[in-house]
Design a protein around this ligand. Structure first.
Ligand code: MG
Length: 255
């Protein structure tokens, strides 16, 4: 588990987070009908490299791309393809990571392509709200079970479900470190957060039931019932005061 407190560590983590935030914003700005997911991946990679970062996902366990593009019923880890063009009415999850001076940050958002139906708008809004509200709770007095329970409560209040098979995670010197950060749980259970911990909180939300399945490509996770899914993720630093959002959303993802 990474706990980061020195000025040098924090400066590198903040730069890594700035790079991944600006890169995600560039990708989000390019989302429109007709654009291929491979084109979005190329934009992500260029945006990261131009700012002095390294794409954290490229080469991770054999993944070939800087960006995951997860459309509609795909939850996470969709593979960019030059054969796959966005269409109006789709929703697309954009997920990417950066390494800068050895420090990993991880960031994601789901965005509409053109006009999308009201149900998809609500799914996106609820997923985002669950993350935003969860981050406000982050402090050394927060237990992981409580964090998960609050995320789950927000999502379920809107009539949606949280995926159980995939969870958020600590990070820092590696892309995935302890602890696991579930998006479900029991109030008053689990480990406490610690000052200096870097964590990725990432609710994965389904419009239908929460079970997921893995495609034959070995990467793409999609809902078992074919319902749509949304995913938001931010890297957050635990402090003794208010949590520091290391990966703020840029102008194309503000609302
Ligand atoms: Mg992550």
């Amino acid at each position: 588990m990474g706990v980061f407190t020195t000025a040098g560590e924090l400066a590198a983590i903040r730069t890594s987070g700035r790079i991944v935030s600006e890169a995600l914003d560039e990708v989000a700005a390019a989302v429109k009908p007709g654009v291929t997911t491979a084109a979005l991946d190329a934009i992500a990679e260029r945006a990261i490299v131009r700012r002095g970062g390294t794409p954290a996902f490229k080469g991770y366990r054999g993944f070939q791309h800087a960006l995951c593009t997860s459309m509609n019923d795909e939850v996470v880890h969709g593979i960019p393809s030059p054969q796959r063009a966005l269409q109006a009415g789709d929703i697309v999850g954009l997920d990417l990571g950066v390494i800068y001076q050895g420090f990993y940050t991880d960031h994601a958002a789901t965005v509409p392509v053109g006009e999308v139906d009201v149900a998809s708008q609500k799914l996106i809004a609820a997923s985002r709200e669950a993350l935003t509200e969860a981050i406000k709770l982050v402090s050394p007095s927060l237990q992981l079970g409580t964090l998960g329970a609050r995320i789950q409560a927000t999502v379920e209040r809107h009539g949606f479900a949280v995926v159980r098979d995939l969870v958020g995670h600590g990070l820092g010197r590696q892309l995935h470190e302890e602890p696991k950060i579930p998006n479900f749980g029991e109030e008053g259970t689990g480990a406490f957060l610690k000052p200096g911990m870097l964590i990725a909180i990432e609710p994965m939300v389904t419009a239908g039931k929460y079970p997921v399945q893995l495609d034959d490509d070995g990467w793409t996770v999609r809902t078992a019932d074919g319902s749509r899914s949304a995913h938001f993720e931010q890297t957050v630093l635990v402090t003794n005061g208010r949590p520091e959002i290391i990966t703020p959303y840029g102008p194309h993802l503000k609302h």
